[in-house]
Design a protein around this ligand. Structure first.
Ligand code: AMP
Ligand code: MG
Length: 401
């Protein structure tokens, strides 16, 4: 039986080389960048006004005060998207709006609220306040300099980065290809949700939860048909799954019972099993192998075991497959509001609920079939073997949503 770190290291060592493709920005959210992105332009692209107001020469207004305003001659108007021709002479101003390019000769903007216009003198603008040079001006390249890095290789593109890249005029990015992940559920007792149940049948729940986690990891789930517990059916299902997909994830049939066919079916179909069983709770019967460059994850059937082993092993593998560099679940410290105990000799990944104050409680029944606590949980806490942590202990919580 492997320890957790050893198991994960073996999986990551088996990831095939990264393949990349181009993705238009509208399709690129959450994709892993295969190359860093440099800005082709300065941002702002040109000096422009931060306000609705008037472009001025700051020197002209040194004496302007509400009780002694200075009159400037209005010599034009520049809307956003237009340009001022020529240079503004001393003693004059140009009407501007937010985003209007600065006319040459001007070195500041007086906001509209600091001005007065007399109806009988529309060509004269009374300025009530002095301005400093470049006040209310958004100077070229103060946000982003041309050739500066705007997104990093190996990271997943965020919504904010998409806005930034679009502003630089970039249309598409080079990203890691997404693996197609075949989800296979085995078990003669399983029935599709929505169908009537016969005696002793249960609804299949692993593929849907795992499909959501696959998408969350940036990969593409393929939900494959249910598989009855026989060697022939399992072999056929794996054959089909490997034909269609880059990664195959099964659930169930991974233990030692005579109805557990996954391991045999995988090996008889030419799969190279790398390991079976990891010293964790839930999820001990987890297995991993590969077959002709494709990855195979055999998850236990118990719904919580399947979910947790996916988070611990399959998720980082899928991110790594796409070229990702941040593979671990995001984690942060939080404080126990009640003791947590792990009497077993395997490390336990407990389902917990973290509140907004950063305090943690058990999410409920920790048995590996108990979905109520999985649904209630928003984090996992890794508790070492034979350990009890008292109330008030600060621990790391791993998050996945
Ligand atoms: P197994 O690993 O096949 O021995 O399954 C362990 C337990 O998980 C059994 O109670 C199964 O009925 C249940 N189980 C297996 N696969 C699923 C599934 N896809 N959806 C819901 N329960 C399952
Ligand atoms: Mg089964």
């Amino acid at each position: 039986m492997l320890e957790f770190e050893e198991a994960l290291a073996r999986i990551l060592a088996a990831i095939p080389p990264i393949a990349s493709e181009r993705a238009v920005l509208s399709e690129a959210h959450g994709r892993v960048l295969a190359r860093q992105v440099m800005s082709p332009v300065d941002l702002p692209l040109f000096d422009n006004s931060a306000m609705d107001g008037y472009a001025v020469r700051a020197d002209d207004l040194a004496q302007a005060k509400p009780e002694s305003p200075v009159r400037l001659r209005l010599c034009g108007k520049v809307a956003a998207g237009e340009n001022f021709k020529g240079e503004i002479p001393s003693g004059s101003c140009v009407r501007l709006f937010t985003g209007s390019p600065m006319p040459s000769g001007a070195d500041a903007v007086v906001m509209q609220e600091d001005t007065l216009v007399e109806p009988k003198d529309p060509a004269g603008i009374w300025i009530l306040e002095a301005v400093k040079p470049w006040e209310n001006v958004r100077l070229r390249a103060t946000d982003i300099k041309r050739n500066a890095r705007v997104a990093e290789a190996g990271e997943r593109l965020t919504a904010g980065e998409i806005s930034l890249l679009a502003a630089t005029g970039i249309e598409s990015v080079c990203v890691g290809r997404r693996p197609k992940v075949g989800l296979v559920a085995t078990g003669s007792e399983l029935k599709e949700p929505g169908q009537p149940l016969a005696d002793a049948q249960i609804y299949e729940s692993n593929r849907l939860g795992l499909a959501a986690l696959v998408r969350n990891a940036g990969a593409l789930p393929a939900t494959l048909p249910l598989v009855a517990d026989s060697l022939a059916a399992t072999r056929l299902a794996l054959e089909e799954a490997f034909n269609q997909c880059d990664v195959v994830v099964t659930s169930g049939g991974a233990s030692v019972g005579e109805m557990d066919f996954i391991r045999r079916a995988f090996e008889q179909g030419g799969g190279d099993l790398q390991f079976w069983r990891v010293a964790i709770k839930p999820g001990r019967p987890f297995m991993f192998g590969h077959r002709r460059g494709k990855l195979f994850f055999g998850l236990p059937g118990n719904p919580v075991s399947a979910f947790v082993t996916f988070l611990l092993f399959v998720r980082p593998a899928l991110l790594c497959w796409q070229g990702g560099t941040h593979l671990a679940l995001p984690a942060h410290p939080a404080t126990l509001a009640e003791p947590l105990a792990n009497p077993s000799d395997r490390r336990h990944f407990l389902r917990v609920k973290v509140d907004e104050m950063g305090t943690i409680r058990s999410a409920g029944l920790q048995a590996s079939h108990a979905l109520s606590s999985l649904a209630a949980a928003n984090g996992l806490v890794e508790l070492p073997p034979r350990t009890t942590w008292p109330t008030g202990t600060t621990v790391q919580v791993m998050r996945w949503e």
